[in-house]
Design a protein around this ligand. Structure first.
Ligand code: SAM
Length: 287
């Protein structure tokens, strides 16, 4: 596609010595701004997570430019090189494979280093899977918690799952298709199967799919299916009155676990009271 005639209306050219953080599509190649394309075309250099991915969008819009790879594995080596180029007056665009750089993608370390070197950054915003799912959901969207990918270590995962079970705000999670079943079962263990969730698969792409209403239903929906593609999950926050009930159930379970592990009722209640900021007698009386 030749968009030179559209570019002719944009009078802004990238300025020297600036790192442009450029959002790119999360699937649909038409979801890119003219300003992003203009920048990719006119910077001195494009630093991209995977040059093959970035070439797809460059080719689509007949853009040619110098690409270098910048990813999790080579960032320590590449950051000083990029900083030097910026100091020499080059303008550089940073893109990830999809969506906004730095959001579960490489970028934040480079941006921090650019700022520490008193150089300038400008973000040219684009799509982000988390926000695309959020605004599609109708769940509370002005206040939310973004957890990205959950950690792999079980104790760290459990801590976050416990927090999610108590969150009053919408929580957004990124998950891979081969771990989604495990994640949903874990989520059910912490939140109960009735908790409202919405699962978004392949947003902005041809086979975009939305699934809801609650954890039980989504588990039922995907069981025995081969799930492929990219997934974002939203978990509804609990309202305050329900919050109280669910917290008490969770606390009761924790109390039982501690007592089964050998702690006496008084010590276990004292421990949980301190941990959760709840009066000890409330926990004591749960037993
Ligand atoms: N930087 C990206 C952004 O701005 O959303 C996120 C990159 S992260 C490495 C990739 C994860 O984002 C995927 O595993 C999936 O959880 C989520 N994701 C990306 N594209 C998606 C899409 N089209 N539909 C649903 N989720 C998506």
């Amino acid at each position: 596609m030749n968009i030179d005639s559209l570019f002719s209306h944009i009078d802004q050219k990238p300025e020297s010595g600036i790192l442009y953080i450029v959002g790119t599509p999360i699937g649909n190649l038409y979801d890119i701004s003219l300003r992003a394309l203009n920048t990719l075309k006119n910077v001195s250099l494009v630093a991209c997570e995977d040059t093959r991915q970035t070439k797809k969008i460059m080719n689509k819009y007949s853009i040619k430019n110098n690409l270098i790879s910048f990813n999790m594995h080579n960032s320590i080596k590449k950051i000083p090189i990029i900083i030097n180029q910026l100091k020499k007056g080059d303008s550089i665009a940073l893109v990830s494979d999809a969506g906004m750089p730095s959001i579960c993608d490489p970028g934040e370390n480079l941006v921090r280093e650019v700022k520490l070197n008193k150089l300038k950054t400008i973000c040219i915003p684009g799509p982000c899977a988390a926000l695309t799912a959020l605004v599609s959901s109708g769940l509370e969207s002005s206040k939310f918690i973004f957890e990205g990918f959950l950690p792999k270590k079980q104790n760290e995962r459990n801590k976050i799952l416990f927090d999610i079970s108590k969150n009053t705000k919408t929580t957004i999670i990124y998950e891979s298709p081969h771990r989604i079943n495990k994640f949903l079962v874990e989520l059910k263990n912490f939140c109960g199967g009735e908790r409202e969730i919405q699962l978004y698969r392949e947003l902005t792409k041809k086979f975009e799919e939305h699934m809801g209403n609650n954890i039980n239903e989504v588990i039922e929906n995907i069981k025995d299916k081969e799930i492929i593609g990219e997934i974002t999950v939203l978990i509804r926050g609990i309202n305050h009155s329900k919050n109280q009930d669910i917290n008490l159930i969770i606390l009761k379970n924790e109390l039982n676990e501690l007592i089964n592990a050998g702690l006496n009722l008084s010590s276990a209640s004292k421990y949980l009271a301190k941990k959760n900021g709840v009066p000890k007698n409330i926990i004591y009386n749960l037993y």
